[in-house]
Design a binder for this molecule. Structure first.
Ligand SMILES: [Zn+2]
Length: 235
């Protein structure tokens, strides 16, 4: 796996170094390739644009405290996901109570996929809906389409805390449109939710729920003992 880890604490990396004589590209046996300086710069800006909240920005798979066999199993599953990830991979649903590390793992996967050269976006579901809703405010000069376009185009989308939103016809229609667009275009999502399976189905309705089940493998983080139950299936 790519060992480059984008970090935001330093100044933005510049494209152009001694290796590439400032061009950002190098000529190799395989043809013209991006220089490491350009790869680092692209990763930096992709990570910067991924909307990962500051409190999660440093979360990695290595910093996930896997103590129990089940925790180790879920880290292994996450690594497997990274290994086999491609544009038409199935995604993941991390299901379970607060403080079980679901968001940590989702962010860690997002960061690692960005490090591997993919684009990605993190969105808390309530924040996303608020941003879309605010474009309809009287006097707003914003449109919902640039937000939706970014969500549609990105390689990997993390939807954090699905099920915490207040349900309405508009909310479910928006969520379905977003999820279904990714389904139809074979683009994976990683979802976290505090809801249990039946609660989630009741909350988001059957059409969203069944799309999610088809698109994702479910990992259930249950109880204080961190029992993790993984649904069968492949990515
Ligand atoms: Zn260079």
């Amino acid at each position: 796996m790519d060992t480059l880890k984008p970090a935001l604490k330093e100044a933005p990396p510049k494209i152009g170094c001694d290796q590439c004589d400032g061009y950002g590209n190098i000529l190799s046996a395989q043809g013209v390739q991006d220089c490491q300086c350009k790869i680092r710069a692209l990763q930096y800006y992709r990570l910067k644009d991924a909307r990962i909240p500051p409190m999660y920005i440093k979360k990695t798979l290595d910093s996930f405290q896997a103590k129990t066999p089940d925790q180790k199993k879920v880290v292994q599953l996450a690594k497997e996901f990274l290994e086999v990830y491609s544009v038409d991979s199935r995604g993941l649903i991390f299901m379970g109570g607060c403080g079980t590390g679901k968001t940590h793992l989702a962010v860690a996967l997002l960061r690692d996929l960005i490090a591997k050269g993919h684009s990605g976006l993190f969105y808390n579901v309530i924040t996303l809906l608020d941003e879309l809703r605010s474009t309809f405010d009287e006097g707003s000069s914003l449109s919902q389409w640039p937000i939706l376009e970014k969500i549609q185009d990105t390689d990997i989308l993390v939807l954090d805390d699905l099920g915490a939103e207040k349900t309405s016809g508009w909310v479910n229609d928006r969520l379905y449109a977003i999820i279904n667009h990714r389904y139809e275009n074979k683009k994976p999502i990683i979802v976290t939710t505090n809801r249990e399976i039946t609660e989630l189905r009741d909350q988001v309705g059957n059409r969203i729920y069944s799309r999610l089940m088809e698109m994702c493998r479910t990992v259930i983080f249950a109880g204080k003992d961190y029992r993790i139950q993984m649904m069968q299936g492949k990515f």
